[in-house]
Design a protein around this ligand. Structure first.
Ligand code: ATP
Ligand code: MG
Length: 292
């Protein structure tokens, strides 16, 4: 008996979230959210503190299991698979990598070792082969080293490759975390507040890296971000959330001028006339240097 083939995706959709909800006790952190991320785009989630953005990332990376709803993902062979049925440790192998709102690195290891450890998350060989250091393991090790060196060059990290992460400035650690995610050769990269805690110049560099990751490496990016100038600069489409629900979805300009979005950020829609520029980061937002 042959197994029926999984449905193939021909719509260009890489990730499809449908009616997703997650409840923590009395808090509905994500409430009936649906959206698609198309292959090759930068898709950004915005919303005030507590809107449910990081929870959405945690659902996609399988840290949490949804209360209801589904997440479909076009696997490496193009077949749509249900992420909710995958084991959490399989997610990296499917080509999904992420960075965290508060940097998660091995502080007392060098940049190079952090990247190699990150790379080993998508190991291709088994325990026995590793122990015997077979030819296949040696080839995989060579590929890992090559990839890590490529990423170090791509993100200009040569100057600190052998330094301990603990001694690096916050802005450089942020790039190292991005590098670690890239070392896994993702097809979908989740960035949770890539500019938080960065100064203007570092934020400008980050915008450049994100555009390069999309355009030069062809990686699809799903981002959470509060800096609306950065959002406008790099995003193809934006989804605004509040209290776990979708408020608006569309181009950066459409979403930032949506009355419901302005009200969620500023408290009153009629203050919109005060903001000729993009929405500002909400005042109480975490993620500054001190929170890392
Ligand atoms: N593990 C958890 N247990 C209980 N409640 C949680 C948990 N994680 C998140 N929440 C709650 O879910 C809601 C959404 O939180 P989430 O971290 O997703 O917000 P966010 O949009 O990322 O906010 P921010 O911009 O501040 O990072 C909040 O009310 C939060 O307190
Ligand atoms: Mg968050």
């Amino acid at each position: 008996m042959t197994t029926p083939a999984a449905p193939q995706d021909d719509s260009g959709v890489l990730l499809s979230v449908r009616n997703l909800s997650l409840r923590f006790g009395g808090v509905l952190a994500v409430n009936d959210v649906s959206f698609d991320v198309r292959s090759g785009e930068v898709f950004t989630l915005i919303g005030p503190n507590g809107a449910g953005k990081t929870t959405m990332f945690n659902l996609i990376s399988r840290i949490y299991r949804p209360s209801t709803g589904s997440i479909a993902y076009a696997g490496p062979d193009g077949a749509m698979l249900q992420l909710t049925r995958q084991q959490p440790h399989m997610v990296a192998g499917l080509g999904i990598a992420r960075t965290f709102q508060n940097i998660e690195l091995f502080e007392h290891a060098s940049v190079l070792h952090n990247l190699l450890i990150g790379r080993h998350r998508c190991r291709e060989t088994g325990l026995w082969a590793d122990l015997l250091f077979t030819r296949r393991v040696r080839a995989a090790e060579m590929r890992a080293r090559e990839k890590v060196e490529q990423v170090i060059d791509f993100l200009d990290l040569q100057h600190c490759r052998d330094q301990l992460v603990a001694g690096l400035p916050y802005g450089v650690r942020k790039v190292v975390e991005l590098a670690r995610a890239l070392c896994t050769e993702p097809r979908l990269l989740l960035l949770d507040e890539p500019s938080s805690g960065l100064n203007v110049e570092e934020t400008d560099d980050m915008a450049f890296w994100i555009q390069d990751i999309q355009q030069a490496l062809g990686i699809t990016v799903l981002m959470v971000e509060h800096d609306m100038a950065l959002v406008s600069r790099v995003s193809d489409r934006v989804l605004a959330m509040n209290h776990g629900q979708v408020l608006a979805m569309g181009s950066p300009r459409e979403v930032q001028s949506h009355p419901g979005v302005i009200e969620a950020y500023l408290g009153r829609a009629d203050t919109a006339s005060d903001t000729s520029g993009p929405l500002r980061r909400p005042p109480a937002s975490p993620g500054a240097r001190t929170s890392a």
